[in-house]
Design a protein around this ligand. Structure first.
Ligand code: ATP
Ligand code: MG
Length: 231
């Protein structure tokens, strides 16, 4: 379980979060939703110490981000985007690296087969398409076997079949008791897989339980009516 208390953050004069507190329960997929430039990626960076959280209390299964940083990080996996992959290394290199560093028992070959990556997993990252790199990134998450996963816009650039495949993998991770915080602009997908959705607005998190409501309608109500009024 991730517990966050009193988290505030600003870039100079741009406030991003104002005294935010929330909990992520185990075995849940939580969607993180907001328009471009609101602070989704910033929040994910804060939650693993890539940005300073100073006065906040952030604990993962009772381990403090600030006081027990290494032990905290061992429990989670976050790789912001496929831009952070090493261009001259292969997919295989990345997967073996994660398996070793996270001391994981998850089998690389069967993960590659499950995600349909056999034809390119020995290729260098620089020769892959965006969708292929997104698959490589997802494979790294799966192989890490980390309890908690922060995933930033994993569905970017995916074809409809791959989106369904990713949703299936997220559900499998949830069934295995993992905690997933997943940012996305794909509201239909958010509606299909998320247990709860964090709508980030006015530096606050609005935590909405997914009871099968139309997430796009909710998004419009929350964000677009205001944007239209400002035109
Ligand atoms: N390193 C930085 N220095 C200064 N401002 C930053 C920095 N990183 C992000 N910002 C600003 O913080 C705000 C939130 O950015 P962030 O990347 O978290 O948004 P986001 O919700 O992830 O957007 P997107 O949907 O486009 O990925 C933006 O106004 C951005 O310009
Ligand atoms: Mg972002």
């Amino acid at each position: 379980m991730l517990e966050v208390k009193n988290l505030s953050f600003a870039f100079k004069d741009k406030p991003i979060l104002n005294d935010v507190s929330f909990t992520l329960a185990d075995g849940q997929i939580i969607g993180l939703v907001a328009p471009n430039g609101t602070g989704k990626t910033t929040l994910l960076r804060l939650l693993c110490g890539l940005l300073p959280s100073r006065d906040a209390q952030i604990e993962l299964n009772g381990v403090s981000l600030q006081k027990q940083h290494t032990a905290f990080l061992k429990q989670l996996f976050f790789l912001e985007s496929s831009n952070h992959l090493y261009a001259d290394l292969t997919v295989r290199d990345h997967l073996l690296y994660v398996k070793k560093m996270w001391q994981s028992d998850v089998d690389v070959d069967s993960t590659v087969a499950e995600l349909g990556m056999q034809s390119y997993y020995k290729k260098k990252i620089k020769s892959l398409s965006l969708g292929m790199k997104q698959h490589a990134l997802l494979a790294m998450y799966i192989i890490s076997d980390a309890q908690t996963m922060f995933i930033d816009e994993p569905l970017n650039g995916l074809d409809p079949t791959s989106i369904q495949q990713f949703e299936q993998e997220f559900r499998k991770l949830r069934a295995a008791g993992k905690t997933l915080l997943v940012s996305s602009h794909q509201m239909d997908s958010v509606g299909r897989v998320c247990d709860n959705v964090f709508f980030l607005k006015d530096q606050q998190i609005n935590d909405v339980t997914n009871t099968g409501q139309d997430m796009m309608a909710l998004y419009t109500q929350m964000f677009m009516t205001e944007a239209a009024a400002n035109v």
